[in-house]
Every structure is written in C-alpha cells, then in structure tokens.
Unconditional design. Structure first.
Length: 378
C-alpha cells in the first residue's frame, strides 16, 4: 500500500517544484492553499489518476489497444470523438497537432516561472489560429471553460509562444451529464489579459501569509482541508446553521444578530423583494414577445369580470331573483360611508368615530397578521 511521503512526486519533478496550470483552479481561488499543502506529505497517485495517465498516453500514441480493458478503451474513444467534433466545429482540419507537451512561461530574466502540460493542441500557421484541448478522464465536473484557469492559462501561454491571433480553449469531459465538450473562442487581446492575470496570480500564490478562502472548487480535492482552520470553521458554521434550522426553523441565526444588524437585514430583504418583482415583470415582458424564451414556463392570466352599469345590473337581478338576491350581492362599504361624512364637514377622525358609534352592534374588529413597517423619526 502506497503511503504519503515528503519525497517529490513525478509531478513535482516535471514541474521543478514550480506552479503548474493543473493546480490553478484551486490555487487562484485560495491564495494560501499552496503554502499550507507544501507543509504536508505528498499524496500518492490513486488508481483514478493512474488510469487517467494511461488514457492520455494512449491518446498521444494513437493506439487504444495498449489500454488494459474495454472500459478505458471506450473512454479514450469518447474523448477522441469529442476532439474530432471540436476540430470540425472550429475548422482545424489539417492543422499541426501535438500531444502531451509541457510548456513553460519565463520571466524577464528567462527564468522558468510556471508550466502547463497540454493534453493536445492544434496550430494553423497560415491563419495563426490555435486550438487547445484539455481532456478530463475522471467523474468530477471541472469548472466551465469560461472560468477554467487551467485551460485558459494554457491557451494564453501557447498563444504568446505561437504569436496566435486567436485561441480556442476547449474542455472534453466524457462523464459530464449534459455535454461531451465545451469551447470558447478568445481574441489575442483577451488571451494577453488572461496571461497577465495568471502571471500576477502565480506570484501571489508563492508569497507567504496569503489568505485561505474556502470554496467548492478549491476545497474539493485539497489535501490540507483536514487541518485548514478556514475550512474547518466554514464546516462548523454550516453544521451550526443546520442544527439551528432543525431546532427552531432558523430563529437562532436571527437572534444572534444585534438590533442594528436585524434592521439592516430587513431593509435588504425588502429591497430584494422589490428587485425580484421587477425582474419577474421583465421576464413576463420578454415572454410576451417570444413565447419560447423561458424554458419550462408559459404565460398565464386570470379573467376578471366587471359590471359596466350597476343600476341596470341591480334592476335585472331584482326582476329575476327578487330583493333578497339584490341585498345579498351588495357589499356595505365602511370607507365610502366615512368619506361621505367627511365631505359634509367632519374630520376624518370624527367621521370614523361617528360610523363606529352608529354601527357598533354589527361591527367586528379582526386583526391582521403582523408585518414590518419602517419606523421613521418625526
């Protein structure tokens, strides 16, 4: 059984201990991760990582028969099919192709700073177009290509090396539930901006005392999360929130806030409700112009009936059903009676008191549910 060791792994040797694009999605999202993980023993390769390396080697060799079983052959074939679809979609037939090559970035002194092992890239010298394909052999879903630091940094690095005018960054994930592959076209200016950000972040992740930031992407496979104070605190906070919710439907979280914090929170919630109503109204407007614009939803409305002539309606009802039916349909309106008394020279307060005094035998007072009304100073 393989055990953790402090000795450099093959990956450490290949990267010369310097940052590698394969770790950027975690390290850029948690700048302190690299330093903490460096203090822990190296995790040995698992059966999953060894399988992935075999498949990548078979892809590079163009020979799937070297794989030990039909499952790995099918996975390699699926990746190859995704590659062919991307090549066809983005018109890279006949391009120069290279597999499994490591490329380095250098500083102003030509010292190596970071590298990326590129699964496959296609280069068109005549059009100066570049395609970079990163293939995933595991079951986990990688970050989407538009926010994937690994494939974007590799595309930007090769774009500079080849002086490309355009780069297509692509991901192939045969176990993805929705799509076999995804791709994004970048201009050279966009890739230069990405490369500048990568170079800045590469320096940042190697600086001491960088903050650690828990998150789904960076913590998923982190070897240090069992000892990371920030991760453990986030897990403890989540456990406490779950316990609070089970115990008293979330009131504990509200009680923990100060009176000022509660006031601010209520104001934020009220504002959010208004924003949500506005956004939903915009969606309704969009749907009226394009019935297929919102998948899984349809336009609906209620039909409201109104009487255009109340006097005539009362007359017709009396003729057909009698006075009792008319009386049953009419609704006594307290507000309109108070308005009438106010119009005759009474104040609103006097009108309301007069109506309550006269109608006390038939009045009932029902309290509504409490609601929050903003307290304003005079």
């Amino acid at each position: 059984m393989k055990r953790p060791t402090m000795k450099p792994t093959q990956h450490d040797i290949d990267t010369e201990g310097k940052p590698s694009a394969s770790g950027f999605d975690a390290e850029f999202r948690c700048l302190g991760k690299r330093a903490l993980c460096a203090r822990l023993p190296k995790e040995p390769d698992t059966a999953i990582t060894e399988r992935g390396q075999r498949i990548h080697d078979a892809m590079a060799a163009g020979d799937f028969s070297i794989l030990p079983n039909a499952t790995e052959e099918r996975l390699a074939s699926r990746i190859a099919y995704g590659e062919s679809e991307i090549v066809h979609t983005y018109d890279f037939e006949g391009a120069l192709v290279e597999f499994e090559a490591r490329y380095w970035d250098v500083d102003e002194n030509l010292e190596r700073t970071w590298s990326g092992r590129v699964d496959r890239h296609d280069w068109q010298p005549h059009t100066r177009r570049l395609l970079v394909a990163d293939s995933k052999t595991g079951w986990t879903i990688p970050p989407p290509v538009t926010i994937n630091w690994q494939v974007r940094s590799e595309t930007a690095l090769l774009a500079e090396a080849y002086n490309a005018v355009e780069g297509v960054a692509s991901l192939i994930h045969p176990h993805h539930p929705d799509s076999l592959w995804e791709a994004k076209v970048y201009t050279r200016a966009e890739l230069d901006a990405i490369l500048a950000t990568v170079r800045h972040n590469v320096k940042a992740i190697q600086m001491p005392n960088q903050p650690r930031t828990p998150g789904a992407i960076q913590c998923q496979w982190c070897t240090a999360k069992r000892v990371c104070p920030e991760y453990l605190a986030a897990e403890a906070a989540l456990d406490q929130a779950i316990a609070d919710e089970i115990q008293d439907q979330g009131f504990t979280a509200i009680i923990r806030r100060s009176a000022k914090e509660r006031g601010q929170h209520v104001a934020q919630l009220k504002a959010r409700v208004k924003n949500i109503e506005l956004i939903l109204a915009q969606y309704v407007d969009l749907m009226t112009r394009d019935m297929g614009a919102i998948e899984g939803w349809r336009l609906a409305r209620k039909l409201t009936r109104t009487v255009t002539n109340e006097a005539e309606a009362i007359k017709l009802t009396r003729q057909a059903y009698g006075n009792d039916a008319v009386a049953h349909c009419l609704i006594f309106n307290l507000k309109r009676l108070e308005d009438l008394l106010a119009d005759k020279g009474n104040t609103r307060r006097e009108a309301k008191q007069a109506v309550e005094r006269v109608l006390r035998p038939v009045l009932r007072f029902d309290k509504s549910k409490y609601y929050l009304d903003e307290a304003r100073s005079l």
